[in-house]
Design a protein around this ligand. Sequence first.
Ligand code: KG4
Length: 344
Amino acid sequence: MSSDSEKNIYILGIESSCDDTSAAVIRDGVLLSNVIASQSVHEEYGGVVPELASRAHQQNIVPVVDTALRRAGIAKEQLSGIAFTRGPGLLGSLLVGTSFAKGMSLGLRIPLLDVNHLHGHVLSHFIRTQADDRVPQFPYLCLLISGGNSQLILVRAYNDMEVLGATIDDAAGEAFDKCAKVMGLPYPGGPHIDRLAAQGNPEAFKFARPRIAGLDYSFSGLKTSFLYTLRDAMRTDPQFIEKNMADLAASLQHTIIAILLDKLDKAVRQTGVRTVAIGGGVSANSGVRAAIQAYCDAHGLQAFIPSRTFTTDNAAMIAMAGYYKYLDGIFCRYDSVPFARVEV
Ligand code: KG4
């Protein structure tokens, strides 16, 4: 059983699943440093180029880890364990962090802790910058929404999670990004839709909503419906997109939020949990954050909305998840290899 009473446990977290190289240090669950090197090399390609991402991780990892240790004010010999993202993600990118973490753990003779990236997002609510920061009580429901995943997860304990529902096709972030691309917006489109939506009418356009039984999500129908709406309207008015940017963005965001909340509400009713958290890149969306807070307020539930720093990929959440594995004595073997696809 985990206990927060241990003292002076220093965990280094390493995250390299996609296009951010990040390292963080925590002491007894409190964040000391979190360094993120983002890769601008992908911008001109309109998406992440896996080979370029791996090379950039190779260049970034030593200075990023070094800076994280320096900012934490500790020497590497003080570390108690090394946590790293084992997957899901881009294999070449994951290999950089995995190999580095293995080498450092072997060299320092301290435990190696493998972390599922998605569990990191789920546990990001436990990242404390001060010892008395508010954290969720178990059990809680986490709506994990990112560029690659949309999942409803029942979290019973730090190392006990159950996926109740997941997307059967596109993730919520993909819906934002692909629709934004159709509108001619740069990648990733999610933040642009968010900004434009603030000035638009969410009821201006109606898009298809999925009818899927249970707690699974689907966003591919919405994407097609969005594409066809624009294609049909452009036949009569070639300036349609330019003229309706804000309303299109607001209506798209409104539909995505409605789809997310529909299944979340079902999951809350099924499980009876009283605490709801969100995580992943899409949880940075202003409309999503406001809607989750409003839903929780209306139903007397506790809402946990992460600070925007911890919605995107970061090593603080990996260090945090690794810390709880350390406390529970769940260590990683040196012959463990990264995994690219979701493993639950
Ligand atoms: O978790 P994340 O950083 O990494 C991946 O899963 O790749 O999520 C990235 C996703 C992208 O689809 C991006 O467009 C979306 O999060 N995103 C947003 C916002 N900020 C990031 N979507 C909507 N509104 C935002 N403000």
